[in-house]
Design a binder for this molecule. Structure first.
Ligand SMILES: [Zn+2]
Length: 186
């Protein structure tokens, strides 16, 4: 048994083995023993991983349906402020009894080890370019300040010189156009 202390995502399914039709549900929280992910945002070591599991005994093995929730920490890809994001993933996988070559995962010693599945699902769900808010304006290219901290200060809009001639132009309310319309109406 001590072997499974080093596999925190291994679940004992002894009472399901060779009992097709039996089903168990578990709510399990495991603190991840190492970081999941390598990008700007990742699930840090020691973060609780909440697993809602349904384990069904079927003829070939044990079918695992999992909903996994945790928190990823990192930085906004635009303004570099610290951010945390909820992570929610689901998967379903058959753990076959040993010797069944058709399956990628097997039941070992009355256990299923969910670690690779949870890790892959979580890591794949992490955004490549995480943002603190969908419209994060990023950093001021000149000062390096975070623009979201200064909502009044818009990024320096450089006016295209071709439009600068129009900058001083304001439509005159009494132009010919409005007269033309009113004449037609008469
Ligand atoms: Zn940001």
């Amino acid at each position: 048994m001590s072997k499974y202390k080093k596999q925190p995502f291994a679940v004992n399914i002894r009472d399901l083995v060779r009992h097709p039709g039996e089903m168990r549900e578990h709510d399990i929280v495991v603190n991840t023993p190492e970081q999941f992910g390598e990008g700007l945002i990742a699930v840090r070591e020691g973060t609780p991983i909440h697993q809602r599991l349904r384990l069904e005994s079927v003829h070939e093995g044990v079918l695992v349906t999992a909903e996994v929730e945790t928190i990823a920490d990192g930085v906004c890809g635009r303004c570099l402020i610290d951010i945390s994001q909820g992570v929610q993933v689901e998967f379903q996988e058959l753990f076959a009894y040993s010797g069944n070559e058709a399956s990628d995962y097997e039941v070992h010693d009355d256990h299923v080890d969910l670690e690779p599945l949870i890790r892959d699902a979580v890591v794949l769900s992490l955004p490549f370019q995480p943002v603190c808010q969908p419209d994060c304006p990023g950093l001021d290219p000149e000062t390096g300040e975070r623009l979201a901290d200064n909502p009044d200060r818009k990024p320096q809009e450089t006016v295209d010189p071709r439009w600068s001639a129009l900058a001083g132009f304001t439509p005159d309310p009494g132009t010919d156009n409005s007269d033309a319309v009113s004449k037609e109406e008469r």
